[in-house]
Design a protein around this ligand. Structure first.
Ligand SMILES: N[C@@H](CCC(=O)N[C@@H](CS)C(=O)NCC(=O)O)C(=O)O
Length: 227
């Protein structure tokens, strides 16, 4: 077992844990990214390690913490990505709560075993008026309404930006059959937002060096410059 004070348990993909991984690094915490597999997940679920039976889970020196957004809020304090102004902080919370249904855009597709069927169902999500299209359209609108360029109109980047950035652009990594990066060509302001967050110095440094074949290429500057 690890001796690090903080341990993040999740599947070896960005997914619901990615914003918290970034926050752990930006907070300069001594942490370990623990990639679970199906066997480990079943064990953790059965032995009561997972408070709500799901991952991500963060083990902290004070005890376990579940729920991806609760984890992100906890870490947000430590990496200085929660605004001091109460209204700004509340707007960040509004976005973190509001993004919930958007995070589950692919729910129901993971259990489709047949690859062709899974691909077809996911492609349909991004047809006109379908769930994925509505989600990206709304998020683009929210970004366009921002007075500062950061999702919740805060003066500087905040944890809601970590969440929106990792969620939206994680969709297009190639990890999900049927979700093609060309979809983003219809969302120029989302791509502009991508460049803003990806070029934020701490984010840029975080993703500067990636292992061969990493799904996280979608978080690097200019990832979507050729759509
Ligand atoms: N609301 C939870 C949802 C977590 C969630 O859906 N986790 C999935 C993995 S991405 C899971 O553990 N699924 C296993 C199960 O439901 O048995 C959060 O945001 O942390």
């Amino acid at each position: 077992m690890t001796s690090k004070p903080y341990q993040l348990y999740y599947w070896p993909i960005p997914g619901l844990a990615e914003a918290s991984r970034v926050a752990l690094t930006l907070a300069n915490l001594d942490w370990e990214d623990i990639a679970i597999d199906g066997t480990m997940f079943a064990e953790m679920k059965n032995d009561g390690t997972l408070p709500w039976g799901m991952v991500p889970l963060l083990q902290t020196p004070d005890g376990p913490l579940a729920e991806s957004i609760a984890i992100l809020r906890y870490l947000g304090n430590m990496c200085d990505l929660i605004p001091a102004n109460p209204y700004h902080a509340a707007k960040v919370n509004e976005f973190l709560d509001g993004i919930g249904p958007h995070s589950g855009i692919l729910d129901g597709t993971f259990s489709i075993d047949d690859k062709e069927e899974r691909t077809r169902v996911r492609e349909a999500l991004f047809e006109a008026d379908a769930k994925g299209t509505k989600s990206l359209t709304l998020l683009q609108e929210k970004i366009s309404e921002s007075s500062t360029g950061w999702i919740a109109s805060t003066p500087t980047m905040n944890i809601a930006d970590l969440k929106v950035f990792t969620h939206v652009f994680g969709l297009f990594s190639g990890n999900f059959d049927g979700i093609h990066k060309s979809i983003l060509a219809d969302y120029p302001q989302l791509v502009e937002y991508h460049n803003r967050v990806a070029n934020e110095p701490r984010i840029k440094a975080h993703y500067a060096v990636l292992p061969e074949g990493s799904l996280r290429w979608t978080y690097q500057p200019n990832a979507f410059s050729s759509l």
